[in-house]
Design a binder for this molecule. Structure first.
Ligand code: URA
Length: 239
């Protein structure tokens, strides 16, 4: 027999997690490790992401819905320590329904691998979930319409770190119009989570000399992630 998928709000999920942790503590299991294991084993974050996706439905909240083939919501590990946020789906992403699968996506995958992370380890999403026509920049109204869904995705995953690629992701999450050349390279606080802005891989394809700055930025991500998670990630030499 099939049952309907659970429909949680983020607050329901947080309350459920709190109950699980309190139960575990009453049963003699305490501490961060137990809490993290409980949250992950219950799959709560995946369920919350699914309910956010369902709340988008077959979205027609902005004009981008007219030209898209499909909504590109996000991909990866709901329990990720690192969330990567890009700008908007391009042609390949619109066809495949997955963020960062074209040329820029391959470069992003290589960058992540260079700091010991696979696409399956992290969660990847975009500021806007539908492809802008001819890959134009997303308009302010489109960004504002889609932003609550990105905010909810990040809230559901509760990552240790965020890496934004390109100006739109950094400027949108940080609510600033500072240029990406000034924002990149330093961690900034996003609701208590360190956020590293760096250049977009599509920019690197056009300007390979900027790879050295991105390498400096992601080395900082590697170091901070190791510190925050206590995990060991391999680190390759810069390409
Ligand atoms: N560029 C982005 O910003 N996001 C994608 O998903 C693909 C290309």
């Amino acid at each position: 027999m099939h049952s309907n998928p659970p429909s949680y709000t983020v607050h329901d999920a947080i309350a459920a997690i709190r109950n699980l942790i309190e139960d575990a503590q009453r049963n003699g299991c305490a501490g961060e490790t137990m809490s993290t294991a409980l949250i992950q084993s219950t799959g709560v974050r995946g369920d919350v992401l699914q309910s956010i996706r369902e709340s988008l439905g077959d979205c027609t909240r902005c004009i981008l819905s007219k030209g898209r083939k499909q909504i590109v919501f996000g991909v990866g590990n709901p329990d990720a320590d690192l969330v990567v946020v890009g700008e908007a789906p391009g042609r390949d992403e619109d066809i495949q329904g997955e963020p960062f699968v074209g040329k820029a996506g391959q470069l992003l995958t290589d960058i992540l691998q260079a700091i010991g992370l696979s696409r399956q380890d992290v969660y990847i999403c975009n500021v806007v979930k539908c492809r802008p026509p001819e890959n134009r920049n997303p308009e302010i109204e489109e960004i504002e319409t889609c932003l609550p869904y990105l905010q909810k995705q990040i809230e559901a995953i509760a990552p240790k770190l965020i890496l934004t690629v390109g100006k739109f992701a950094a400027q949108t999450l940080l609510q600033t119009d500072r240029p990406i050349s000034k924002l990149r390279g330093c961690f900034v606080d996003y609701n208590g989570v360190p956020l590293m802005p760096t250049y977009h891989p599509a920019f690197l394809l056009r300007n390979p000399s900027a790879k050295k700055e991105v390498w400096e930025d992601v080395k900082q991500v590697h170091a901070r992630l190791s510190e925050l998670t206590g995990k060991t990630y391999s680190l390759k030499g810069a390409k």
